[in-house]
Design a protein around this ligand. Structure first.
Ligand SMILES: NC(=O)c1ccc[n+]([C@@H]2O[C@H](COP(=O)([O-])OP(=O)(O)OC[C@H]3O[C@@H](n4cnc5c(N)ncnc54)[C@H](O)[C@@H]3O)[C@@H](O)[C@H]2O)c1
Length: 94
């Protein structure tokens, strides 16, 4: 199914765990995904896995506690995709 076809979706903490699983599910559903995390090597692998599902995927090193980094990523995503449809605010620690 393609219930999220072409929806531009930012997912924080998407390099592993629930965030990565969400990104992959969104990609399966046709969403273009923006992978944000603090782990660059894992971001790159997550982007690769999403792109393998046939969608656009980009990754950004972004710490959600740093307002400047968040603002910069939002600006880049708007410039690249023209809009933001979904935010999955997943990043966190237990
Ligand atoms: N797994 C559970 O049972 C459970 C239960 C309740 C709530 N949660 C919440 O769900 C979310 C995901 O959990 P998970 O089990 O997949 O965790 P995880 O530790 O496996 O993954 C969290 C991801 O978030 C990233 N991250 C951490 N701090 C960040 C920051 N400041 N900015 C950007 N990225 C950051 C990490 O690098 C990691 O890739 C977390 O917010 C967690 O608190 C999880």
């Amino acid at each position: 199914m393609q219930r999220l076809k072409n929806k531009v979706s930012i997912i924080t903490g998407a390099a592993q765990g629930i965030g990565l699983a969400t990104a992959l599910k969104f990609a399966e559903e046709g969403a273009n995904v923006v992978i944000c995390d603090v782990k660059q090597s894992s971001i790159d692998e997550a982007v690769r896995q999403c792109m393998a599902l046939g969608v656009q995927a980009v990754g950004y090193l972004m710490d959600v506690t740093q307002r400047g980094m968040v603002d910069a990523v939002v600006s880049k995503v708007k410039a690249q995709f023209g809009r933001i449809d979904v935010l999955v605010n997943n990043a966190g620690i237990t």
